[in-house]
Design a protein around this ligand. Structure first.
Ligand code: UGA
Length: 471
């Protein structure tokens, strides 16, 4: 199938490369000529496993790049819109890029085409796309608009795309659904997984994935509701973690207990410093606004967002309760990306915390395996960057773990202990066993578990409310 993917951001680039790997002929369109030129030269703009291999495999053959939207639409049967939908000041999704793409399509209509929303958009967007195209074109039966939300996570985007839990297709008639069925056929009929050159199957993946066909409106809602539900799970466990801290319980034991109920499940129950990234914060606000516009007051989402912000404040209080005053203290920070496995620092809770620590007068020496350059820019050069975790820890008053990078879970802790000025670790991602840390001589603070000293004594995890308010 001839496919156009408009927008070469995270979703567009990964979808384009994966469609090519499924055997389709794909043109990735972007109006940023420099981006297009860089992709043609073979540059890979994002840190994503398997993406360089797929781009290398298909570049110039099944995957080409262009800045000429009209020419590409003319030659395509399916046009995926994967442009950005950034938040407006009111928290709504800004759909002006989507509209601008939709209004350029009619000029290149030369037969039946399916226009597919891939970006995360509010319900009713497909109707607007349809209206915009009709306003500018006319021939009512020459196109359909479908919704095909994407559930990929940064860091595992390629395997999430090729080994999805499900494929959702919102299509309001069979002709349109048939085009999307054909596009995903190699995944749904399992033939892709039998190929010797297929991307390796992740442990948890169940193949072939089910294809869920729904109305376009339902598909649009599935995307927002999924992200809101996942964010709710994270805020829920973070709230439970706070109670664990107050009563001296262990949130991991609680997680195991509730996550073993198959109706709840163990995933997305890791407590931490709150969710971040380019999706959850934006999508929660947008979904809240969508609900408001539809006449429903979705207050649960306000609470999910409130708990998320509160989680950062609680962490900051932990730093205070471990170190007392912060002015002039030197802190080692491990992790600045919004989560492990990516160099993305958008809405990163780690960056927000570092900004607050800088405001309190701390000096920061940071290390991140991939996000150094992006973090340097985001923090306007106000922190020192170390080459490795041990250099970051050298002479620091305490070590803070802010991103769940796998490599942070396997540090040489004795070396870290020797490098630090005081052996204090404040772990925002619960990467270590408190008993092990105490045995190694650390005072160790984590989330939803009692803080512990080298003598094995539990210490109060957070400062009491009065002290907090005074901070
Ligand atoms: C998220 C969803 O997981 C994807 O399904 C969705 O397609 C994507 O948004 C999107 O809408 O494009 P992503 O933002 O890449 O993916 O990252 P996640 O792995 O979901 O993590 C989001 C944030 O939640 C991170 O800051 C992470 O550290 C945090 N998190 C995640 C927790 O604090 N605890 C958890 O148990 C899981």
């Amino acid at each position: 199938m001839q496919i156009a993917v408009v927008g070469s951001g995270y979703v567009g680039l990964v979808a384009g490369a994966c469609f090519a790997d499924l055997g389709h002929q794909v043109v990735l369109v972007d109006n940023d000529q420099e981006k297009v030129a860089a992709l043609k030269r073979g540059e890979v703009p994002i840190h994503e496993k398997f993406l360089p291999e797929l781009l290398e495999r298909h570049r110039g053959r099944r995957l080409t790049f262009s800045d000429d939207l009209q020419a590409v639409v003319l030659a395509s049967e399916a046009i995926f819109i994967a442009v950005g939908t950034p938040p407006t000041e009111q928290g709504r999704a800004d759909l002006s890029y989507v509209e601008s793409v939709a209004s350029s399509i009619p000029g290149a209509m030369n037969g039946y085409k399916v226009i597919v929303e891939k970006s995360t958009v509010p319900v009713y967007t497909s109707e607007w796309i349809r209206r915009i195209i009709q306003r500018n074109a006319g021939a009512l039966d020459s196109f359909d608009v479908a919704s095909n939300p994407e559930f990929l996570r940064e860091g595992t985007a390629v395997t999430d795309f090729l080994f999805p839990d499900r494929i959702v297709v919102g299509a309001d008639n069979e002709r349109c659904a048939a085009v999307l069925r054909a596009i995903y056929a190699p995944l749904v009929d399992g033939s892709y997984y039998e190929r010797g050159d297929a991307v390796p199957r992740p442990d948890r993946a169940k193949v072939p994935p089910p294809l869920i066909i729904s109305s376009t409106k339902s598909a649009e809602l599935i995307k927002h509701a999924s992200n809101a539900f996942l964010a709710m799970k994270i805020s829920f466990i973070n709230a439970v973690a706070s109670i664990c801290e107050s009563v001296g319980a262990d949130v991991h034991q609680v997680c195991q207990g509730i996550g073993s109920d198959s109706r709840i499940g163990p995933r997305f129950l890791n407590p931490g410093i709150g969710y971040g990234g380019s999706c959850f914060p934006k999508d929660l606000k947008a979904f809240r606004e969508v609900a408001r516009e539809c006449g429903y007051d979705f207050r649960l989402l306000d609470d999910v967002m409130y708990i998320n912000e509160e989680q950062r404040r609680r962490f900051l209080r932990k730093v205070h309760s471990a170190l007392w005053t912060l002015r002039g203290k030197r802190l080692a920070v491990l992790g600045l990306a919004f989560k492990g496995g990516t160099d993305d620092v958008r809405e990163s809770p780690a960056i927000m915390l570092v900004e607050e620590l800088l405001q309190e007068g701390c000096r920061i020496s940071a290390y991140d395996p991939a996000a150094r350059e992006r973090a340097r820019e985001a923090l306007s050069n106000k922190v020192d960057f170390a080459e490795n975790p041990y250099d970051a820890a050298n002479g620091a008053d305490a070590l803070l773990i802010l991103t769940e990078w796998e490599e942070f879970a396997t540090l040489d802790l004795e070396r870290i202990q020797k490098a630090l000025k005081y052996p204090i670790v404040i772990d925002g991602r619960n990467l270590y066993d408190p008993e092990v840390m105490a045995a190694l001589g650390f005072t160790y603070h984590s989330i939803g578990r009692p803080a512990i000293t080298p003598e094995g004594r539990s210490v109060r995890a957070t400062a009491p409310r009065k002290e907090i308010d005074a901070v």
